[in-house]
Design a protein around this ligand. Structure first.
Ligand SMILES: Nc1nc2c(ncn2[C@@H]2O[C@H](COP(=O)(O)OP(=O)(O)OP(=O)(O)O)[C@@H](O)[C@H]2O)c(=O)[nH]1
Length: 688
């Protein structure tokens, strides 16, 4: 169903064209113009081909590939997901957010897969992989931490909001919400410098960015995000809505249709996300906006407030799980939060407890960076206090909970270094929980000590084999229990030191990888003009040659030689000569087609590879390039100097031996142009 109501102009490539009050990188400018002229590929296709867009990595790519196969088995999918312990924890958490209150929590990946379904898993894998890869980045004005915290709130908001309008399934809505703003991340990733310039020049972000983004990059974040989502297999139904994320007014949809309801759900989710990231003093106003948005979906005020409180708690849990730390208060506004009532409709997000203020405070204390965090879990209060008393003299932060059934969620959220779990027996549920915990990244390094009421040797062995680090009968004497707790803490400290070293090494490896990439890039780039260099040009023309041979598509090239550079050097100095080379590179870039590849292959020599170009089209392009240089003029030291180039053009013919023969032919054309008096285009071939 097409979305109506968008009265901005749309170019042939799908990009909306705006007035252009902005000036950014010249390459972007050139791309923008090409697209506006409807000559090239879309800006998304170009960016995608450049490899600069964020894309899922590692396990996520395998999950995405598998979920695209028709015959994928859940067991196979679970096995692949199990390879990434961090993802395991997140999948289980996402599934637990969806199951009904009173049901046994999801504790295994296979169960989580059944609850979430394949499309949601695919989008979750994409979202979490991007999060892992792009927690930080090179764009100085982009708030990566804030972006992900806001996106998580959007995910939770979407998950809850779609239930009211019955616009979509909650599981898909969560994953979609997580990726709703991916276009912004993409621009920050692909153009860190230029995008920082755009962000710093615009107040307020959001809709205010659309116009300058379009002018600078030929596409804005809303359209780019939607294209990326489509590329990752997110249904069009969602991606159409993503295009309207920043629209202040509701676009015209079919009245009462699903698309309209999904749009309203998105605006409610956005109001919640803005509320979550707002400074504490502005939260009440933001909450009013949520209530207003909820009203559009028929949600009563009290229900909306209760739902906001519940989602906010979930959000705090998620940001803790993902180790995000947005600089905002974790306090819900001091207003009466009604007891959860009618918002618990069938299918609504349920099964999550609201934590008391005290419990929240304890979490904050527990996250002190210096002390290991010990979680004591036992339904029996005196039993919990006994362990806490024994640990009182140890250097650790203690958190207690009596909620044994919710311990998995709680542990994933709190991420303690040590967990002491008291239980009546070592039944299947306890064993399964210990095993699941062990499969998560957090559980793998957590020291678990299990205290069991009626424990014989077989019970203790079963607990240790399930993955517990230590197991003792409840009747164990204080002296022995304390010795075991201390031994556990010693191991935890060692683990933390190792983890610290590992993180340092990882950081070092990441830095090395970045340096390597930069070096590789530098090896292929001409430092003066920023164009690709001779080495790149020769590799690239070989590739294009092979492609043309396979496909039968035409291929042409131009050799461009700057006229009289020596004279400029001699009369105005070498610096002026350098400026002349840069000016010519700029003018050429602007005049060439998007698919043409411009490289500097010698002192004053450029090569343009023209995939799909015939002799006659390339002669036309070359003439345009020649004129562009002629009009460019060099301004140096108060003087204006005319510039000119001699261009030779050649087309690949089947009888040619290889790419170097093509370049030689173009070179001979350039020589002819020089002989004829310079500032001309020539070819030794004749157009057919
Ligand atoms: N400023 C500057 N000059 C360069 C660079 N690379 C090569 N040159 C100079 O470019 C000049 C090229 O000289 P020629 O091959 O005679 O070419 P030309 O002066 O452009 O004359 P025609 O090509 O015949 O029009 C030489 O003087 C080189 O020193 C560079 O990176 N910067």
């Amino acid at each position: 169903m097409p979305v109506h109501g968008d009265n901005r102009d749309t170019s042939a490539s799908g990009c909306r064209i705006w007035a252009r009050p902005w000036s950014c990188g010249h390459l972007m400018e050139s791309i923008g113009k090409m697209i506006a002229a409807g000559r090239g590929q879309s800006a998304f296709e170009l960016l995608h081909a450049s490899g600069r867009l964020p894309s899922p990595k590692g396990v996520a790519t395998r999950v995405i590939r598998l979920t695209k196969e028709e015959e994928v088995s859940l067991a196979e999918l679970a096995r692949v997901i199990g390879g990434d312990p961090a993802f395991v924890g997140r999948v289980i958490k996402a599934a637990n957010g969806l199951i009904s209150r009173g049901r046994r929590p999801v504790v295994s990946v296979s169960e989580a897969l059944m609850v979430l379904g394949i499309p949601a898993i695919r989008a979750l894998a994409t979202g979490f992989s991007l999060l892992s890869e792009h927690r930080k980045g090179a764009c100085r004005a982009f708030d990566y931490e804030g972006y992900w915290s806001h996106s998580l709130a959007l995910a939770l908001g979407m998950q809850a909001a779609v239930v009211h309008g019955r616009a979509a399934a909650s599981d898909e809505a969560f994953s979609f919400g997580l990726l709703l703003r991916v276009g912004e991340l993409a621009l920050a990733t692909a153009y860190p410098e230029d995008y920082a310039g755009v962000l710093e020049g615009v107040q307020g972000g959001g809709a205010a960015l659309l116009e300058p983004e379009c002018a600078a990059f030929a596409i804005h974040h809303a359209d780019l995000g939607a294209e990326m989502l489509e590329h990752w297999g997110v249904p069009k139904f969602f991606t159409q809505i993503a295009r309207h994320y920043d629209d202040v007014d509701r676009p015209v949809f079919d009245p009462g249709g699903r698309q309209e309801r999904l749009f309203d759900a998105m605006t409610l989710a956005r109001a919640f996300a803005d509320f979550s990231l707002a400074p504490e003093g502005e939260r009440v106003t933001c909450l009013d906006r949520m209530i207003e948005r909820g009203g559009m979906l028929g949600v009563e005020r009290d229900d909306m407030v209760a739902e906001a409180a519940r989602m906010f708690t979930l959000w705090i849990e998620w940001i803790a799980l993902l180790k995000l730390d947005p600089p905002v208060s974790r306090r819900f506004p001091d207003i009466d939060v009604p007891a959860a009532t009618s918002h618990e409709r069938p299918g609504a997000v349920e099964g999550v407890r609201l934590k008391s203020e005290r419990e929240r405070e304890r979490l904050v204390v527990a996250r002190s960076p210096d002390k290991p965090v010990v979680l004591i879990v036992d339904a029996d209060g005196p039993g919990r206090r006994r362990v806490a008393r024994l640990l009182a003299g140890e250097d650790c932060a203690i958190v207690e909970t009596g909620d044994v059934r919710g311990v998995l969620d709680f542990a994933l959220e709190l991420q303690p270094h040590m967990m002491i779990l008291g239980c009546d027996d070592a039944g299947e549920e306890v064993l399964e929980m210990v095993q699941t915990l062990r499969r998560t990244s957090i559980g793998r390094i957590m020291h678990t000590l299990l205290r069991v009421r009626d424990a014989d040797d077989d019970t203790l062995v079963a607990l240790l084999e399930a993955g517990g680090d230590d197991a003792v009968p409840m009747s164990c004497a204080d002296r022995l229990l304390l010795a075991r707790l201390r031994a556990g803490l010693r191991e935890v400290r060692l683990q933390r030191e190792l983890e610290h070293d590992r993180q340092e090494l990882q950081g070092f490896a990441a830095q090395l990888a970045i340096t390597n990439r930069r070096l590789h890039d530098m090896a292929l780039t001409d430092p003066l003009t920023g164009l690709r260099n001779r080495r790149y040009a020769m590799d690239r023309i070989e590739q294009e040659w092979a492609g043309a041979e396979r496909s039968g598509r035409p291929l042409a090239c131009m050799v461009i030689d700057l006229d009289s550079l020596k004279d400029i050097n001699d009369s105005l100095g070498h610096e002026a000569g350098d400026s002349a080379l840069c000016r010519v590179a700029q003018a050429l870039k602007k005049s060439l087609r998007v698919q043409d590849v411009l490289c500097r292959i010698g002192g004053d020599e450029f090569l343009v590879i023209c995939p799909g170009g015939t002799l006659s089209t390339t002669l036309t392009c070359a003439e345009r390039a020649r004129q562009a240089v002629e009009e460019a003029m060099l301004e140096f030291g108060g003087k204006r100097v005319a510039l000119a180039v001699s261009i030779g053009v050649a087309e690949r013919w089947p009888e040619m031996a290889d790419a170097s023969e093509l370049v030689k032919l173009a070179d001979r054309g350039a020589y002819l142009a020089k002989q004829g008096g310079r500032n001309a285009v020539q070819s030794v071939q004749k157009p057919g």
